[in-house]
Write a protein that binds this ligand. Structure first.
Ligand SMILES: Nc1ncnc2c1ncn2[C@@H]1O[C@H](COP(=O)(O)OP(=O)(O)OP(=O)(O)O)[C@@H](O)[C@H]1O
Length: 386
């Protein structure tokens, strides 16, 4: 039976802090087919990084994956056991219990991470050791993970550096990370991610720290490598411009939930969710001046205390009274192999609390409108009035 390369079902990751439970990721589901680039997009704090780290179970205390299932290439990576009511089964220490199908942490580390699924982070300096040469680190990674001898691994490392566009790769092999520019370091991480020919790379904002020209070059490189190697990507970004450039399908996240899920063209040309519309309106376009940018009103509320009903209602220009009470399902609007889904009450007809018959929310009921998010060079950034 055919299956997607990655299937994420109802994933929930919470942080148990002194102040309360942060519902960072709260029941997200999506798939990635072989060779596809699937985006996770949303403002800062939406839960993108936590979601992507959860895929590889890279969550540390006080964080815990408290629900859901992740399947890779037909195999369960992990699944949280639930009782008849769908609540997680807890052990005596209050930790969620995983089903017997789940891989052990050791298997996850030795068999999956790096080999089958690689991850690239935003800051290459965090992933590269400053006291070892770039080539040496890449060679060692290849030696360990591909059972190659030292010389063969060195040749392969130089080949990989060449592959990702490092000029004079042989000569640059002995350079230290600080001798590389930010863009070059990110290329090295891409080389490292590709070294074991994984079928999936999880990329967490790998181009965010780069200037726009270098970012463009890296995105071109990724598109080229994706075509040549057939590697699939989960691409985390807050930048709709990046989404437009490389993603095949997109998941828009807001406060730990997916509010819209669609192919990239459908998302841009048949936008269904008010949050996606707001994200699109707030990015700069060549045909708009800075003054014409339309910021999203308000700040994203804390994931520790999400608003009742639809989590976006406090900032939504289309919100009605009913939106404060009903948490809309992410429902299929256009069916297909990869349906277009959106979680907004306006798509729904409810008994008693219908969107159509409900009065619009006044600004008093909304909160946080003293702070705005503005588009800035294709990025969305919190900007306080204070
Ligand atoms: N270690 C932690 N302890 C407590 N809360 C956390 C921790 N890590 C993340 N969070 C919370 O989880 C939520 C989601 O964070 P996450 O980093 O995934 O957002 P993001 O969409 O990736 O944003 P950014 O683009 O700023 O990285 C936020 O409310 C954040 O404060």
């Amino acid at each position: 039976m055919s299956h997607p390369l990655l299937r994420v079902e109802n994933l929930q990751t919470h942080f148990f802090t002194e102040d309360g439970v942060v519902q960072a990721v709260d029941g997200i589901s999506f798939t990635v087919e072989a060779g596809e680039i699937v985006g996770l997009v949303g403002e800062s704090g939406a839960g993108k990084s936590v979601a992507s780290a959860s895929l590889l179970r890279l969550i540390e205390e006080p964080g815990r994956i408290v629900g859901g299932r992740v399947e890779f290439d037909g195999e369960t990576l992990f699944e949280i056991e639930t009782d008849r009511d769908g609540n997680p089964v807890l052990d005596e220490d209050g930790r969620p219990v995983e089903t017997d199908d789940s891989l052990s942490r050791r298997e996850m580390r030795t068999r999956i991470r790096g080999r089958e699924i690689a991850i690239i982070f935003q800051d290459p300096m965090e992933s590269l050791n400053p006291v070892y040469t770039v080539g040496g680190q890449l060679r060692e990674f290849i030696e360990v993970n591909r059972d190659l001898g030292k010389r063969a691994a060195r040749d392969e490392a130089i080949e990989m550096l060449r592959e990702v566009g490092i000029p004079e790769a042989g000569a640059r092999y002995d350079d230290y990370p600080h001798q590389f520019s930010g863009g070059m370091r990110q290329r090295v991480l891409i080389a490292m991610a590709l070294a074991c020919e994984p079928s999936l790379i999880v990329a967490d904002e790998p181009t965010t720290a780069l200037d726009v020209t270098v970012e463009g070059q890296i995105l071109d490189l990724v598109a080229d490598l994706q075509e040549r190697y057939g590697t699939a990507f989960v691409w985390v970004t807050h930048d709709m411009g990046v989404v437009a450039e490389i993603c095949d399908r997109v998941n828009v996240l807001y406060l730990g939930e997916i509010v819209e899920q669609a192919g990239v063209d459908e998302l841009f040309y048949d936008t269904r969710h008010p949050y996606t519309e707001a994200l699109l309106r707030s990015i700069p376009r060549p045909d708009r001046t800075v003054e014409e940018l339309d910021p999203i009103a308000g700040v994203m509320p804390e994931a520790i205390d999400p608003p009742s009903g639809c989590r976006f209602h406090t900032r939504c220009p289309e919100a009605r009274e009913a939106c404060t009470q009903v948490d809309p399902d992410c429902r299929v609007l256009v069916d297909g192999a990869h349906p277009h889904r959106s979680a907004c009450l306006k798509h729904d007809v409810f008994d008693g609390v219908g969107y159509e018959t409900s009065p619009p929310l006044d600004n008093e009921t909304r909160s946080g409108v003293d702070v705005t998010l503005t588009g800035d060079g294709g990025r969305l950034r919190g900007e306080s009035d204070e």
